[in-house]
Structures are given as structure tokens and as C-alpha cells.
Ligand binder design. Sequence first.
Ligand SMILES: [Zn+2]
Length: 340
Amino acid sequence: MSILLHHHEVTLNMTDLHYNCVAHWSSGPVRLLCMDMMWEQIRRGAREIMERYPDSRVLGICFPVPLGYTTEKRLSAATPFPAWPRSDFGRSLTEPLQEIFPDARDIIITSDGKAAGSALLHWDFSRYGQGEVATFYCSTGIGGALFRDGQPTTGTKSLVGALGHIIVEPDDPEPCPCGGHGCLERMVSSGRMRERLAAQEEEYRKSCLKEIPVAEMTFEKLFEGSAKGDVLCRRESRYYAQIFSIAIRGLIVSVAPEYVVFQGNFGKADEVFRRELLNKVFEFKYMDRQEKIEFVYDDRDLSMEETVGATYQMINNFLCFPEKYVWKQENVGRALTLPE
Ligand SMILES: [Zn+2]
């Protein structure tokens, strides 16, 4: 069972060992004002799915969260949910899941970026399964992951991979919830993109975007406009490539990613963005064009990638630690057999 927690939606996807999605449930638009409201939605989804599939047993759970948590999997940050009360901090992210899914033998708490990034290992392990790979998870916020030899790097405070908090513009006035200024995810947020467009009113009216209210603008539409040759869209597309190039330069001097993969919004970036990014990254004179670094644009649906990657992690554990899945008392010593 993959449980996807997004800003305004909770989704449950039940998959089998062959990556088939056998059941899907969505809360629809929802405002989660405290942690208990989140558990309530997950409970509802689990109940509805188990009513539809009473013979199914949920063996593993992967819960990719846009939250900070401690090594004990207790909540330490909830940036997407500023209303959550202080009393929610320190609460367990695993215990309620064990109660909702009593058959579960394995509960993985990970980040949304690590889950979506893990999908690459499923799609093409020979490519992404060795060396260093950096992924950007681009949605409302920006997350990501760093993989080394097919394993996501983790730190004690789940901060490795929080690439949205790489500082790219320290003088930016808007504070980031992390306490910093000019974090990548502030600079390339949808809100900031719309603000920049609104400030260029005259050009906006002349551009191919003129029929779209600024408040409804998305990066996807911006890249579409840029691909069509629109002057304003092209300029903006180049601007975002420049911002990303600063973060990527920071990555290049601290890890040696052979692949840098964009997922979500920027996975659909147009040629103008791609070209500008390459130019900017290679302005760094210590790098030469022979350097093994490839930029990859994963334009698959982000929720699907999160589910595939979550499933990858669960199946990986299932195959690596079969003793965990020993069923009833009388079956001790006999691992669960794989279906045909
Ligand atoms: Zn930040």
C-alpha cells in the first residue's frame, strides 16, 4: 500500500508484487488542519479499499511524506501544513499505520522525493542503479533525493535530498518556512512564477498567455508557450534554468551525480530551459563537456512515479528480508510464498 500525502489530497494505491495497481482511492480535495485529520483520511481510504478487496492482505506500507521526521519516525517538521498544532510534533508516523493495517510486516517512512526517485530504479536499474544520481521532485514545493549505487542517501534528520532548501539567492526578501532566505523552492514556486508574470503586465497581455488568468498559470503552460516561441515564456523558462543551475553547481561540488533527473513540473521543461541549463552548468570552467553528467527529464505523472518508487522499495524489502513476512505462529520459519 502506497500512501501519498500531498498538500490537499491523500491517495492510497494498492499494488501487487508485479507493480499492478489493484486499488486506488483518493480523498478528493481536503484541508488537513492537524495530524489526526490525516490519519482519519488514511483510515477512511483503507476501510473503503479493504471493503472492496476483503481477501487482500496488506503486507507492506510505504508512506512517502513531505514532512520532516526523526530517526524514530516521529514528526519534526510539517511545512506543507502550517496549521498543525505543536502537540503533533514528536508523534509517531508508524504506530497509527500498524493499527490501521494490522497485517503489515513492513512500514517504510520515506520522503516524496526518495519515493519518486526510486521509480527510476524500477524503470532502468542498469542506468540509475550505480554511481550517484540526483533527482528533483518538483511540485508545490521542491524535494529530491540523492542515490548512491541504487540506495537513497539518508541522514539522521531526513534532510539529505531536501534540495528545495539549497539557498540560491540569499538576498531574497521572502522568508522560507525553514528559516532561510532564497531557497530554491521559494524562487521557483508557482506563487513566485505568477508574481513575476503579473509584474510584467504589458508583456503578458502581448504574450500567448493573455487568455489565461495569471492566478491559473502553471509551469506546464509556461513551457508550452516557450516551446511555441513566445518571447515572455522563453525569457521566464531561461530564468528558471539559471536558478536551477546555481543549485546544481552546489551539487556538483559536493557529490558527483552522473544523472540529474527532473520529475514533476520541471520534468516537462521545454528545450529553451534544457539548453540554458546546460549552458549555465558548463559555464563552470572546472567542468569540461567530457564530464559524465546527464540531465534527464522524467515527464511521467508524479503521483504515478511516487507509487512506482514506493512499490519498488516495498518489493525490495520483501525480497531482501523474507523472514519479516513469516505469517502465522504455525508458519514460523516458512516465508510467505510468492504468487505464480
Ligand atoms: Zn528553505
